[in-house]
Design a protein around this ligand. Structure first.
Ligand SMILES: Cc1ncc(COP(=O)(O)O)c(C=O)c1O
Length: 458
């Protein structure tokens, strides 16, 4: 047994973990259902929010500062309120709050020698995670990093280097890829690149429209071909978000993606899949596997639910020495949590057409549909797949949907907005924690909130 394993299996460590878990469960005993703020804490909380907004240079979207305690799908705020966390920080803690196995892996991480691992000095846990990601993805190489944006930057860098002197990228309209200087150009939101230098030429292809499958596929193929013909040899990659996250949980189909990827293969343009938001949420660990695109993929990025982020790629894209590096790999706790999350998703039956991710989807979607039936005109959709669920509330206009999301927060369920014309309300549910009971209760709150907002806007 390795020395560290001996330490982690030491009876004293096991006893300490047991005591810590008991203490945590004692101190989070009061978290059992959503509740409003404690009036005694309201004043201090307001001050905290104001001061935080002031320090960070702009107010928080929600009046949210967590206490650091939570239980499953529920989270506690500093004002003493408890909410269903159905957006999980936009995927930051997709496994739920205070999950005992994640806590255990964090304790293990805390007993290792450092906080952050660096690319010059990584521990055996980074090796094990890298191996696991290569195994589940079927790709040849894996480079770990600490944000989705960095994973995407690394993916683009290896494509650019391989396709030099190509300097353009292909991407879908309404895509989101991240917020670095280069990625702000690819992300299709004018507001996110306002005032920034145009440092990355991007050619956009329209996404699949489920209401017009044939026409939208033909339009995408025609647009892609005309971009490639206009700039022969100048495209380093096409980035695919197979389920558009920020775009509103729009799905393509295998036929749609293959029609485009066949052209890219034929023209020697690498296929890059951005799975930062989709990782772990569909019927397979990776959404490209869900859509059966294994033969087409050259490079894939993951993040969010995976905690540690990564760029996975085939060997023909292997970059020259020096192209990829950073100080931080990521934290030991993220690396260990990543492994636990992936192993649990597999061992607890989250994947497959009848797996838990799809069961959660079906249950939640049925609830939203029945609210829609009861109150015609208040719910459009639902959209998405697996543990990515969205719907269009009210009139779908930005003012009403933002108001709905804020009121829903106040009533006890956290969601977020996505898409444009119409705007949708989306949920990234904590699949390793959420129960049907949680979904029942959240659905009651969603219905109540829709009625409050309908009244307000009538
Ligand atoms: C599809 C997609 N790509 C990339 C990113 C960027 O990831 P990060 O915010 O971790 O840099 C996001 C974040 O929302 C995303 O949804």
């Amino acid at each position: 047994m390795k020395n560290l394993d001996k330490l982690l299996n030491d009876p004293k460590v096991k006893e300490a973990k047991k005591l810590l878990t008991e203490a945590l469960s004692n101190h989070s005993r009061h978290i059992g259902k959503p509740k409003g703020p404690d009036p005694d804490l309201a004043q201090d909380f307001e001050k905290l929010l104001e001061s935080y907004g002031q320090m960070r240079g702009g107010p928080l979207f929600y009046p949210y500062i967590g206490s650091g305690l939570g239980k499953g799908a529920l989270v506690e705020l500093m004002d003493g309120s408890v909410k269903y966390d159905f957006i999980t920080g936009i995927g930051v803690h997709g496994f739920g709050h205070s999950h005992p196995d994640i806590i255990s892996s964090s304790i293990d991480a805390a007993l290792t020698d450092t906080v952050m691992e660096g690319h010059l000095q990584q521990n055996s846990d980074a090796y094990e995670l890298t191996k696991l990601l290569i195994d589940i993805s079927g790709l040849d190489h894996c480079f770990l990093s600490s944000t989705g944006a960095m994973a995407n930057e690394n993916a683009l860098k290896i494509c650019f280097q391989k396709k030099y002197p190509a300097d353009r990228i292909l991407a879908f309209e309404r895509c989101f890829m991240g917020r670095t200087l280069a990625l702000s150009q690819v992300t299709d939101k004018p507001m996110f690149r306002e005032g920034l230098p145009l440092n990355q030429p991007v050619d956009y292809v329209p996404f699949y429209n489920p209401e017009n499958p044939k026409e939208s596929t033909e339009l995408a193929v025609k647009t892609l071909t005309s971009h490639i013909d206009r700039y022969p040899g100048k495209h380093a990659a096409m980035s695919f978000e197979l389920i558009q996250g920020e775009g509103g949980f729009n799905l393509g189909t295998p036929e749609f993606f293959k029609a485009l990827m066949d052209i890219l293969k034929d023209r020697g343009i690498p296929v890059m899949i951005d799975e930062v938001q989709t990782f772990g949420r569909t019927t397979k660990p990776l959404a490209f596997q869900h859509f059966g695109l294994e033969d087409y993929v050259d490079v894939v990025t993951i993040g969010k639910l995976s905690q540690a982020c990564a760029t996975l790629y085939k060997s023909h894209l292997k970059p020259g020495p020096g192209l990829l590096s950073q100080t931080f790999t990521t934290s030991s706790s993220a690396i260990r949590a990543s492994k636990v999350i992936i192993e649990k998703l597999v061992s607890e039956g989250h994947f497959g057409e009848d797996g838990k991710n799809m069961a959660i989807h079906k249950y939640f979607v049925e609830k939203l549909k029945s609210i829609g039936k009861k109150h015609p005109g208040l719910v459009r959709g639902p959209y998405g797949i697996g543990c990515m669920i969205a719907f269009t509330p009210l009139d779908g206009g930005s003012a009403q949907v933002v108001d709905f999301a804020r009121e829903l927060f106040k009533q006890g369920v956290m969601s977020f907005i996505a898409g444009k014309s119409p705007v949708r309300c989306r949920f990234l549910v904590p699949m390793l924690a959420v129960t049907n009971h949680d979904i029942d209760k959240a659905a009651e709150i969603i219905e109540k909130t829709l009625l409050i907002c309908k009244e307000r806007h009538s």
